[in-house]
Write a protein of this length. Structure first.
Length: 100
């Protein structure tokens, strides 16, 4: 799966999460996923709860527009971001340094 896929009401992204990091960061990773560094520990959903606002800020959408769709307990997660597909795909491409 590529790092993002366009859907009818937004995009799906793959994110590899590193919990208990010294800083919070969201950036391009490999061709298959973005990377997110979170200060939150991977216990009781703390890392998942910290991931949504970080992704929402990177894509300039409200937190409610970001939904975890797979990988609740895994490092590799899939998220759905609701919004204008062209705008979201453009932001994803810009994170990778490419044009949409």
């Amino acid at each position: 799966m590529p790092a993002w896929i366009e859907r009818g009401d937004g995009i799906d992204i793959a994110v590899r999460v590193t919990p208990r990091s010294s800083r919070e960061d969201f950036a391009a990773g490999t061709a298959d996923h973005f990377v997110a560094r979170l200060t939150a520990p991977p216990v009781e959903g703390a890392a998942n709860a910290a991931l949504a606002p970080l992704v929402a800020k990177a894509f300039d959408v409200p937190k409610r527009a970001v939904t975890l769709i797979a990988g609740d307990t895994a490092r590799l997660k899939r998220l759905h971001i609701t919004g204008d597909v062209a705008t979201l795909a453009g932001i994803a491409a810009a994170l990778y340094g490419a044009e949409a």
